[in-house]
Each structure stands twice: as C-alpha cells, then as structure tokens.
Design a protein around this ligand. Structure first.
Ligand SMILES: C[S@@+](CC[C@H](N)C(=O)[O-])C[C@H]1O[C@@H](n2cnc3c(N)ncnc32)[C@H](O)[C@@H]1O
Length: 281
C-alpha cells in the first residue's frame, strides 16, 4: 500500500492540515475514521441498520477473548458507570443491558451519534455526551466505575486523562482501562517489518514513528506494565491486576496453537489494568 492509499495516514494528514493543536488532531483523526471494527479502507464503515450495530458488538467480543470469556459484565448491575471513548456504543449498550446506570462519552460527534442510535435501536437507557477525557464536565466523586477500552493511549495528555478518571471516581470506586502494550509482537515484529521490509527505516522512521503506518489514532502510545502502573499511581489510583491479551486472530502466521496462546498472554497487544481509588481520597 502506498502512503497516499493508506487511510490511517490520510486521516493523519487531514488532521495536521486542519489544526496545530494536538488534541484537536486526535479528535479529527477519529471523526475521519470512527471506530466500527470495519476495515479502515472500507467505503462502508458506518453502521446503518440494526444488524450493523449488533454485528459491531459481535465482532468486538469475538475479537477479544478477555471481554468474551473472562470479564464479568454483570458486575455492572446497579453501578453508576462512565465509559470513556465509547466509539459505536457497543460496550456501553452492553453495560446498560446488564443494569448499569451508564454515561457514555467520546471526543467525537460521530461516536456520540452512533452510541445514541445504538441505544435507541436496542431500546436501552443510557446518557451519551461529547466529552474530552482530559477535561470531563462531571463533578468530583460521581461514578462507582470507569471503563475505557482502547482509548486513553490515544489522547494527547494521558496523565491528565487519568487524573480526571481519579477525580470523577467515588472513593473506593474501581475501573478498567485497556491500552496498547509495548513488549508486544504488534509493536516490535510489525514495527520491524515496516522499518526493514517496507523500507521505512530509510525514509527516517524509527520503531516508534513507524507505527503510524499500521496503528489506529493520531497518538498511539504503547506502554509497559510498570509505565501504566506509574501513570495510574501519579493520578492517585492503585493498580490491582494487569492482564496481557490479544485480538483473537493468530498473532503470527504459521505458528502452532500453544505458541500462539503463549505469545498472546505474554506479548499480546492489549494491556488491561484494573484499578481502584482509595476510600480515604
Ligand atoms: C479505538 S476507539 C475505541 C472505541 C470503543 N472503546 C471500542 O472499543 O469500540 C478509540 C475511541 O476513543 C475516542 N477518544 C480518543 N481520545 C479521546 C478523549 N480524549 N476523550 C474521549 N474520547 C476519546 C475516539 O474518538 C474513539 O471513539
């Protein structure tokens, strides 16, 4: 794929042409390519029908063994919840179906519109509004639980976003965030492939900058477990558990299943961290 045909680079170029502000570029990138689990270069990325919306939830859960098999959505029953970066609203609607009192927010109008439509179609009750994770409009101590899946490594100032998470959580409140994991096959193997085989090294790219050719978002950080713990600690949040996982398809071609499982659990792309705000805060 040439650079001009690469939809991720086109979204980046458009955002850079339109604004010098780093968070505005983040917003514009996602307005350009809303998250719908459709191919980035598909002309039909936006869900239209009931079936399209339900298919997004199915694809998301099929792609994520952690959410499908290990995460207990029913714990949401009766909780006041905030989902940051709701995208199409698939997971917010799922939490609403489980009985959560959920507020879904996203930095883009496109995501707010999709989430509202998704909730209407499924006839579930939620509140959805456009918000920047770095300056949430909610009062201190508003929520029992904050959930954010694949979002906060894309924001311009991640430390500030987690300070906001800590601020809006009630004392003793809990949360879960998934961000990209750095010691992962995606970061190193794909990075080296693009650098060496695709020749981006000779055009001035590094293992970090080359990600823009294959990773979503205007900003895309990959964190280690201890870096993520530090970000949470700085915000005043205590890390409980950290799990590494990967989307379902094979992590590398032509490897046996047990190697695939091992690599996913140790070098998968997704770092999931469960955290808590202390009762005394
Ligand atoms: C990879 S998508 C994930 C969407 C959804 N969580 C899912 O799993 O389908 C990232 C989402 O985060 C949103 N986002 C990025 N930065 C944000 C910010 N600072 N505040 C709120 N939403 C943000 C984007 O608009 C986009 O919808």
């Amino acid at each position: 794929m040439t650079d001009t045909n690469n939809p991720l680079l086109r979204a980046r170029g458009a955002a850079e042409n339109n604004s010098a502000d780093l968070q505005e570029r983040n917003r514009q990138w996602w307005e350009h390519l809303p998250m719908t689990y459709a191919d980035w270069d598909s002309d039909e990325r936006l869900p239209q029908t009931v079936e399209d919306y339900l298919q997004i939830e199915k694809t998301l859960l099929e792609a994520s063994p952690f959410l499908r098999e290990r995460y207990d959505f029913s714990q949401a029953k009766g909780l006041t919840m905030l989902e940051i970066g709701c995208g199409s609203g698939a997971l917010s609607c799922r939490f609403a179906r489980e009985g959560a009192q959920i507020t879904a927010v996203d930095i883009t109008d496109a995501a707010v519109a999709m989430t509202q439509r998704n909730a209407d179609i499924q006839n579930v009750s939620l509140t959805v509004q456009q918000e920047d994770a770095e300056k949430l409009s909610f009062s201190d101590n508003s929520f029992d639980y904050v959930f954010s899946w694949g979002v906060l490594h894309h924001t311009s100032d991640m430390d500030q976003a987690f300070r906001e998470v800590a601020r809006v959580l009630k004392p003793g409140g809990r949360g879960l965030a998934m961000v990209y994991y750095r010691p992962s096959v995606a970061y190193y193997v794909h990075g080296l492939y693009w650098l060496l085989i695709k020749g981006k090294l000779f055009q001035g790219d590094t293992i970090h900058t080359v990600q823009r050719h294959y990773t979503d978002g205007y900003h895309h950080r990959y964190l280690t477990k201890s870096e993520m713990k530090d970000v949470l600690g700085l915000a005043g949040l205590k890390t409980h558990a950290q799990i590494v996982t990967q989307y379902q398809k094979k992590i590398l071609p032509l490897i046996p299943k047990f190697v695939d499982e091992f690599l996913k659990n140790h070098f998968g792309m997704c770092l999931i961290t469960e955290f808590e705000k202390s009762r005394s805060q």
